[in-house]
Design a binder for this molecule. Structure first.
Ligand code: CA
Length: 229
């Protein structure tokens, strides 16, 4: 079944560009032009993602997001806005958006964020009970973040746990540092690819019998990392 995206954007040129690019990526796109229509559609149908412009006629993006969250609609929301001030970013997240992109944006960045949000939500749906992760003789409880490691019992950080979840969903696949940044750090602007490497070093110390010859978290030269368990 195609991944369904609801696009709420009143600017025809932007809406058309986004729709074309999402369709080219294989997404099924429903495009609405005002806030109230977006709210009604998202309340009544199941979408995998809502791409929500902040400045919409009828009802603002803030109001749409808030109203959907109040109604316990859990669709991931990526908010689009021309406003770059931090206050509206915080307000958007408070209203229930999962991620935030400021116009003008690069289409490649939009697509990367869309893919990340869709993967994250589908991963959660497909693996509801996968709360335990086994790495050789080590084990992680992904809910409580408690881990039995090579160096004893450890309480993992939220980022370490998110990265392990991501690996668990993509066993055997190579993930680039940018993929990992998109999924684990999302909105945060400061982290660099170096940040990813630092977390990997810690995880290897916890879970590899010999961290310099990793068996679970492999390096793929020039590409990124691959999880094998
Ligand atoms: Ca607008």
């Amino acid at each position: 079944m195609a991944t369904r995206i609801l696009l709420a954007e009143d600017e025809a040129l932007i809406g058309r560009m986004v729709e074309l690019n999402l369709c080219a990526e294989g997404f099924a796109v429903d495009w609405v032009l005002d806030g109230e229509a977006a709210r009604q559609r998202a309340l009544g149908e199941r979408f995998d993602l809502l791409l929500l412009d902040l400045g919409l006629p009828g009802r603002s993006g803030f109001s749409v997001a808030k109203s959907l969250r109040d109604a316990e609609v859990t669709v991931p929301i990526l908010m689009l806005t021309a406003r770059s001030d931090p206050a509206s970013k915080v307000r958007g997240l408070d209203a229930g958006a999962d991620d935030y992109l400021t116009k003008p944006f690069e289409m490649a960045e939009l697509l990367a964020r869309v893919r990340a949000l869709v993967r994250r939500s589908q991963g959660v749906r497909h693996l509801p009970s996968a709360s335990r992760l086994q790495l050789g003789r080590c084990e992680v409880n992904l809910e409580t973040r408690e881990a039995t490691t090579q160096v004893g019992k450890v309480q993992l950080s939220e980022k370490e746990t998110r990265l392990l979840r991501l690996f668990a969903r993509h066993r055997g696949q190579t993930l680039s540092r940018q993929d990992i940044l998109d999924e684990v750090w999302g909105l945060e602007k400061d982290p660099t690819e170096r940040t990813v490497d630092n977390v990997i070093v810690r995880l290897r110390r916890y879970f590899e019998a010999n961290p310099s010859v990793p068996e679970h978290i492999e390096s793929v030269r020039g590409e990124g990392y691959r999880f094998v368990a």
